[in-house]
Design a protein around this ligand. Structure first.
Ligand code: PEP
Ligand code: MN
Length: 328
């Protein structure tokens, strides 16, 4: 249940009143609302604290549901906004490798029309013997690229202990597919004060993904961008199966921005542009795509990163499609 009240004072009073009846309650200020949330199906009658509206939802995820908040939620990343009706493009290498690599990429993607720069400094690699990321040095290089281009930067956080470090540099914090249900991490990100890019786990249902978003919101952070990045299915031809249906579903059932990652499901740069266009056609508000100055020599995900020329081609096609779809 969601109880909407008029002020923070009433929110805290209501939380206490509900808890005194043995029902857990959370007070959050999100998207301009003062909200007390209780578990679904726990309606409390005869409350003394004045309540503006009571919302009873048919889903287990409540705060992020579009059933009560019909207007789409914009999310601010640096000085840019990701919002419905627009196409927001985050581009950059899988991993930050060298100063030259990240600066060259930042300049080219900015010039081509990207809104933000991505780059991994803490990498979730399948094999422990492969490149694990530059750590703080990578964050420093990302910040240099931001200074040089003005592009906001996004990067992955794996260890909850690294949150202060990553938050010091990043404009948005990525939760990788492998950490989507790291609930300790999600709760901490509720208090991060930075927007979150929440990737769907490749073995997770849509509902589990939206409940992961609910964790972040329930702990106080409403700046959440949902990212579809492909799931595991019986078919191993491509690296993952891009679930375009999940994008359409998340757009209709939540008020959060939804973007897609065409790089990881493709696993091969030849398929990235078609998947990117499918993501936008399915209703996504943007893309996060891997781009590298010399992809074949990349230290991670070499096969799937776009060349600069391919990225420029992608932006031109995305613009044409955006126009046809009535987006900016
Ligand atoms: C990445 O963005 O480089 C990455 C590791 O993504 P995912 O968590 O979706 O695999
Ligand atoms: Mn990658």
């Amino acid at each position: 249940m969601l109880y909407i009240v008029e002020s923070p004072h009433l929110g805290r009073a209501l939380k206490e009143e509900i808890e005194s009846r043995g029902i857990p309650a959370w007070y959050v200020e999100l998207w301009g609302n003062y909200i007390v949330a209780t578990p679904p199906g726990t309606k409390v009658d005869g409350l003394k604290t004045p309540v503006k509206a009571v919302v009873e939802l048919k889903t287990d995820y409540q705060l992020v549901s579009r059933q009560w908040k019909r207007d789409p939620t914009p999310v601010t990343i640096g000085d840019r906004e990701i919002r419905e009706g627009k196409i927001f493009i985050i581009a950059g290498p899988c991993s930050v490798e060298t100063e030259e690599q990240i600066l060259a990429t930042a300049r080219v993607v900015k010039e081509a029309g990207a809104d933000a720069l991505r780059g991994g400094a803490f990498k979730p690699r399948t094999s422990p013997y492969t490149f694990q990321g530059l750590g703080e040095r990578g964050l420093i290089l990302l910040a240099k690229a931001r200074d040089a281009t003005g592009l906001p930067i996004t990067t992955e956080l794996m260890d909850p202990e690294d949150l202060p470090l990553v938050a010091k540099y990043a404009d948005a914090i990525q939760v990788g597919a492998r950490n989507m249900q790291n609930f300790t991490l999600l709760k901490k990100l509720g208090r991060a004060g930075k927007p979150i890019l929440l990737k769907r786990g490749f073995g997770n249902t849509i509902e589990e993904w939206l409940l992961a978003a609910e964790y972040v919101a329930l702990h106080g952070n409403g700046g959440i961008v949902l990212v579809e990045r492909g799931i595991r299915t019986f078919d191993k031809t491509l690296r993952f199966t891009l679930d375009v249906g999940a994008i359409a579903y998340a757009k209709q059932h939540t008020h959060l921005p939804v973007i897609g990652d065409p790089s990881h499901p493709a696993g091969d740069r030849r398929y990235v542009i078609p998947l990117a266009l499918a993501i936008l056609a399915a209703g996504a508000d943007g893309l996060i795509v891997e781009v590298h100055p010399d992809p074949d020599k990349a230290w991670s995900d070499a096969k799937q990163q776009l060349t600069f020329q391919q990225f420029e081609e992608l932006v031109a096609k995305a613009k044409a499609l955006g126009k046809a779809l009535g987006r900016d």
